[in-house]
Design a protein around this ligand. Structure first.
Ligand SMILES: [Zn+2]
Length: 135
């Protein structure tokens, strides 16, 4: 898959201010503020920047943290995990594999079968609902 590379000024015109701050400046949305936190509809979550398919509603779970949480990614092409030592914490940052958008972090306290918890900002995602007659 080909990398999506744009300048910051390009991203600024393409994204809302709040999505720009999350995906390009690595901010974090306020917990329980995101529109996908409690979304239980069936569908896929794409990168708001480049439309890369990141997560699937089947792997979403309610972590109670206030951010959309998934126990696995959609495919091996979805994300990159990088060690993040900012703010004096040792965390694993999750970015979009295609456009390097900051998405959130991944932790080791998720449910079976991966025991991972991908803690993702709603503002970095775009949800596409599956229509009822398509499996
Ligand atoms: Zn992306």
């Amino acid at each position: 898959m080909k990398k999506v590379i744009r300048s910051n000024s390009d991203w600024k015109t393409k994204l809302s201010d709040s999505s720009y701050k999350i995906t390009r400046e690595k901010n974090t949305e306020t917990p329980f503020s995101g529109k996908y936190n409690l979304n239980k509809e069936c569908g896929i979550y794409k990168c708001i920047c480049c439309n890369n398919i990141l997560f699937d509603s089947q792997k979403k779970f309610d972590s109670g943290t206030g951010w959309p949480s998934f126990y696995d990614t959609s495919s091996n092409e979805s994300i990159i995990e990088t060690e993040d030592n900012s703010f004096g914490m040792k965390r694993i940052e999750v970015t979009c594999k295609l456009c390097d958008a900051h998405l959130g972090h991944v932790f080791d306290d998720g449910p079976y079968p991966t025991f991972k918890r991908y803690c993702i900002n709603s503002l970095s995602l775009k949800f596409f609902k599956k229509s009822n007659n398509v499996k």
